[in-house]
Ligand binder design. Structure first.
Ligand code: NDP
Length: 313
């Protein structure tokens, strides 16, 4: 029996990443109904908005679902209060120390998974008592690790160092990549980019079209001095590069970024001035589909890739 399926009581070890401005109740419930685990991305939601999404998700699915909480979220206590009060059973934390919330949530009967981008933080997460770890490589969209370790290098290394269940993330868009990640030692996968290009994602249609148009080299990791983030190379991205050329300080970069760029790009569809956070896997996406179709495709591709592996050489 697969450890992730057993842990979360789901059919397939496919977790939909909780992406800001993309992952509301509609996407999370659709992925859970399709046999994976849907996550509500709470980082872009005010506490009352999160409460509404949790309530709607509970009505839309009787399958397990969870909430992703970036630990740097400004009103984190209110988010956690809502999560506990509304009976959420699974929380994925990211961007912060797993020591702060793991025990508190687990005492409430909540399973906790922490997202890391290095072996060092995978070990810290295990020490903090989390139920599983997501190891996310350099290919991933949005906020990312500083070490630039790719998924291919990260997963076997983390798998070697920890005993708890491991989910691979970063660049996984197809079933063959899912199989590859599991051969490298992961028990399952967390997929963001592929689920951002679905009908159920809450992001703007213009952003979804950009995902479909993306090719190899369309995205780049930038703003390492603030928080490293992988973006589509649009006009805003170019402004960042120009600022670097002109010797911008951290304060200059902060001023250029301002506030709400991610909302502008992904939610409001401002393709010029907004941040368009997406992973390298976008190059492999050619169509906007339903979440159910994405899960079905992943499983079909996984099984067909498995048949192509020679039994021995
Ligand atoms: P900004 O500081 O640029 O803007 C804050 C945005 O978050 C605004 O658009 C605001 O909406 C919305 N928001 C939701 N709840 C609150 C709140 N309680 N206080 C203030 N603003 C809130 O941040 P970003 O857009 O870059 O990031 C937003 C959040 O998402 C952060 O908490 C960050 O931790 C997280 N994040 C996580 C990523 C990941 O990969 N895990 C990637 C990027 C961000 P409004 O405009 O309606 O006021």
């Amino acid at each position: 029996m697969n450890r992730i399926n057993t842990l979360f009581q789901i059919k397939y070890p496919i977790i939909q990443g909780g992406m800001i401005w993309n992952s509301g109740w509609r996407l999370a419930s659709a992925v859970s109904n399709a046999g994976g685990l849907g996550l509500i991305g709470s980082g872009s939601m005010y506490p009352d908005v999160l409460a509404e999404h949790i309530s709607k998700c509970k009505k839309a699915t009787n399958k397990p679902f969870g909430v992703n909480v970036p630990l740097m979220y400004p009103a984190i206590e209110s988010h956690m209060e809502n999560i506990i009060r509304l009976g959420v059973k699974i929380v994925f934390t990211s961007a912060g120390s797993p020591k702060t919330w793991t025990e508190i949530l687990q005492k409430e009967g909540i399973q906790v998974v922490h997202v890391v981008s290095s072996v060092k933080f995978a070990l810290k997460s295990q020490e903090a008592g989390v139920d599983a770890v997501v190891a996310e490589g350099f290919e991933a969209g949005g906020h990312n690790g500083r070490e630039e370790t790719t998924t291919l290098s990260l997963i076997p290394d983390v798998a070697h160092h920890i005993d708890i269940p491991l989910l691979a993330a970063g660049g996984i868009t197809t079933g063959s990549q899912m199989l590859a990640a599991m051969i490298l030692g992961a028990d399952g996968v967390q997929i963001g980019t592929r689920f951002a290009a679905t009908h159920e994602a809450s992001s703007h249609d213009l952003f979804k079209e950009q995902i479909v148009l993306a090719k190899e080299g369309t995205t780049q990791l930038t703003l390492k001095e603030l928080a490293p983030v992988r973006l589509i190379k649009n006009e805003f991205w170019q402004k960042i590069q120009d600022a670097y050329q002109n010797g911008a300080t951290i304060e200059d970069l902060q001023a250029l970024l301002g506030r709400g760029r991610a909302k502008k790009g992904m939610f409001e569809g401002d393709l010029v001035e907004g941040e368009l956070e997406i992973g390298q896997g976008a190059a492999l996406i050619h169509e906007i589909k339903s979440a159910q179709q994405v899960v079905d495709d992943l499983i079909m591709e996984f099984n067909s890739a498995l048949k192509q592996i020679p039994a021995s050489f």
